[in-house]
Design a protein around this ligand. Structure first.
Ligand code: GDP
Ligand code: MG
Length: 716
């Protein structure tokens, strides 16, 4: 290893504090990319420490290193192929036994390693006393205590890492799997030697081959002479399997658990009086059989009301800003296409979308709070009973919850599911989770058509509808497309934390800037396109000669100028302008297209304008709002929400019922192009992507139709 440049990889369980420590080490000097070929996030950073350059990678959080879950595969390949100089294994000291299970597997990769005992504060509060020296003795690696969220122990950790790099001595670690297995490991190992290139940990390869790890078997078989190793390993595996009467992978896992249990008991002593923590008491309420679900629903309801009421204030400021900007720009541009493009198309469309930034930020604040406090895992536990009854795994609930923020990480989050059927079903229903991009549609429509006291409840009902539909569709998919057993729920509850301001702010900032970036790129482009399609063709044939009517009105007014009927005259001109604008719009390309598809959506109570808005919404849901902004504002001076709301409420084609149906439709149909792309990538199939799009549009139509008819029947 080059003496001055060190590569460090942080590995550990999800929620062990990896990212926190990563941030402590690297500060602002980091960037987020992707692992090559896959879409797992790769966070890299840089730190200069005592004359050395540390290049730090935050690996995906995992509980194990099998080839079955994508995150695990990515993490282990990053170690295996990139060979970081030092591995830092972050352990959650308050959950040490489970965390050690990964530690043991990391050690088998034969990479110099340092253990960070993080969450030392939580462990202490729980009455767990950990003997660092005993741990060092058992694992053969240095142990450093850290408290990530208070940035304690970071320097110590770096100094230890630097020390290990200096020594370059790696104590060999071997976990004894028992005489029968050890004999076979040796057998495979001896044929592997000389076949596998030097950089690979031979014992680990042998173990994985015996575990029937397809990735490793293929890797080895591809080496010259690898085929022979494969057949030796295969024979050895079959023999052992006959001996144990069980899948070897299970036997290996059991041995590891046993070993880890031993180490744990050796290292940790628990003070039983304290270990009945407040956390346990809180859990008893939050995950209670009866109370759990109402509490969860209550928290969600509160969150959406909060987002709606608090978010309205800054939203108004941004709108006023956009309006001012529009007026300001108008001063410098003469009437005509350019002015219309800039004021109606760009400032109107993009401004409309940007004005929802406060609500988006608040929503992510809520999600970050739920995640960081540890409540999310409880919610998953509470939901597991319901999830199981529809054949989904409780673990799916976390990606699905994340879907309220954005469907893309939700779909990618399905990677953590080991069972491919669970994965597919989760990917297919995740878009039914109402992501934040759909929020502007709801906000706009609820504010326009429902009184303030109902607004929160109306929105809440849409979110709940999404969940209910997801549950129903999951059940259907599971029953007809992907039949089979569900895996049992095994997920540890992370300890409760007071989230750090920094982690919350980072989260909000990342999301907020993504949203703004989207507004500045896709939505800007879409706004311009939409503007073009509603403004052209310029020479629409009108039902009356508006210019002449206006001139006549002017003339009549000027002739009787003393009568003081200025207001009346202005109203008449405005009415003519509005009529003319409406006819122009109806004759535009967008209008023509809208009329073309109108028969398809007429049964839902939608007119062609809504058709156009929904169509543009395929690219992204915010664009439904910006399109409506442009559709209802071209020709008039409306480019803020209040005025858009007014022109919506005065539009005869819209009613509270139609607005609600429109929200329902927006909830259900394909969220955006990016989601489609991710579905394609994650399922690796155009077929499933098309299926995802088609079923969601069909479902949107059917449910909207149902809601519309029932609403009509009830007399709305
Ligand atoms: P990751 O999933 O491993 O990247 O975990 P994060 O870095 O996101 O941390 C999860 C949560 O644990 C965050 O809310 C952190 O603020 C919190 N956290 C991290 N380290 C500690 C610690 O040492 N003590 C306590 N009490 N909380 C911590
Ligand atoms: Mg993390």
């Amino acid at each position: 290893m080059a003496t001055n440049n060190l590569t460090i990889a942080l590995a550990g369980n999800p929620n062990s504090g990896k990212t926190t420590i990563f941030n402590n080490i690297t500060g602002a000097r980091q960037h987020v990319g992707n692992y090559s070929g896959v879409t797992v996030e790769k966070r890299e950073g840089f730190r200069r420490f005592r004359g050395r350059n540390f290049q730090v990678v935050d690996l995906p959080g995992t509980y194990s290193l099998t080839a079955r879950a994508l995150d695990e595969l990515v993490a282990r390949n990053a170690i295996l192929n990139d060979r970081p100089d030092i591995l830092v294994n972050i352990l959650d000291a308050s959950n040490l036994e489970r965390n050690l299970y990964l530690a043991v597997q990391l050690l088998e990769l034969e990479q110099p390693m340092v253990v960070a005992l993080n969450m030392a504060d939580v462990a202490e509060k729980m009455g767990h006393k950990i003997d660092d020296q005993a741990l060092t003795r058992r694992l053969g690696v240095p142990v450093v205590r850290t408290v990530g969220n208070r940035n304690r122990g970071t320097e110590d950790l770096l100094a230890t890492v630097a020390g290990v790099a200096q020594e370059r001595k790696q104590q060999p670690f071997t976990m004894d799997y028992g005489p029968e297995i050890e004999a076979k490991i040796k057998e495979v190992w001896s044929v592997l030697k000389g076949v596998a290139p030097e950089k690979y940990p031979l014992r680990w390869l042998a173990i994985k081959m015996l575990e029937n790890d397809k990735e490793v078997i293929d890797l080895v078989a591809a080496f010259p002479g690898g085929e022979r190793v494969r057949s030796v390993a295969e024979n050895a595996r079959k023999k052992l399997q006959g001996l144990f009467g069980e899948e070897l992978e299970v036997v290996f896992a059991e041995r590891r658990y046993y070993f880890v249990g031993e180490v744990y008991r050796d290292v940790v002593s628990v003070n039983n009086e304290i270990s009945q923590t407040t956390s346990d008491k809180v859990d008893r309420v939050l995950t209670n059989r009866v109370l759990g679900l109402p509490i969860f629903l209550g928290i969600m309801w509160l969150l959406f009301n909060l987002v709606f009421t608090i978010g309205a204030y800054p939203q108004e400021w941004i709108e006023n800003g956009a309006k001012w900007l529009g007026d300001f720009v108008s001063l410098y541009l003469t009437d005509g296409d350019l002015k219309s493009l800039v004021v109606d198309g760009i400032i109107g469309g993009v401004g409309m979308v940007v004005s929802f930034l406060p609500q988006i930020l608040l929503l992510f604040l809520g999600i970050a709070l739920l995640e960081d406090t540890g409540y999310m895992a409880r919610a998953a536990f509470v939901m597991d009973r319901i999830m199981k009854s529809v054949g989904l795994h409780g673990k799916s609930f976390i990606p699905l919850l994340v879907g309220f923020g954005c469907n893309i990480p939700a779909i990618m989050g399905a990677r953590t599911l080991e069972n491919p059927r669970d994965r597919m079903v989760t990917i297919l229903v995740a878009p039914l989770m109402s992501c934040s991009a759909r929020l502007p549609v709801y906000t706009l429509l609820t504010a326009a058509f429902f009184s303030e006291s109902y607004a929160g409840t109306v929105m809440f009902s849409i979110y709940i509808l999404g969940i209910v539909l997801a549950v129903i569709m999951a059940w259907i998919f599971r029953k007809f497309l992907f039949p089979g057993e569900t895996e049992p729920f095994a997920m540890e509850m992370p300890a409760y934390h007071i989230p750090t301001l920094r982690s919350i702010l980072t989260h909000m900032w990342e999301r907020g800037s993504l949203y703004l970036k989207k507004a500045g790129t896709i939505i800007l482009a879409a706004s311009i396109l939409v503007w073009f399609f509603v403004s052209y063709p310029a020479d629409v044939s009108y039902s009356k000669d508006f210019e002449q009517l206006k001139a006549a009105s002017d003339a009549a007014y000027n002739a009787n100028v003393n009568d003081g009927e200025a207001d009346e005259h202005e109203a008449e001109i405005a009415k003519l302008d509005k009529e003319q604008a409406a006819e122009k719009l109806a004759g535009s390309y967008a209008g023509q297209f809208g009329h073309l598809i109108e028969p398809l959506i007429k049964p839902l109570g939608f007119d062609w304008k809504i058709g156009v808005s929904l169509f543009t919404g395929f690219s992204a849901k915010e664009i439904v709002v910006s399109t409506m902004g442009t559709l209802y504002s071209v020709g008039a001076a409306e480019d803020d929400t209040a005025e858009l709301q007014e022109s919506l409420t005065t539009d005869p084609a819209l009613s509270p019922l139609v607005a609600y149906v429109l929200m329902v439709f927006s909830l259900i149909y394909t969220p955006c192009i990016a989601t489609m792309a991710v579905v394609r990538r994650e399922t690796n199939s155009w077929k499933w992507m098309s299926f995802s799009v088609l079923y969601s549009v069909a479902l949107a139509w059917i449910v909207s139709f149902g809601v519309y008819r029932i609403g009509m029947f009830l007399g709305y």
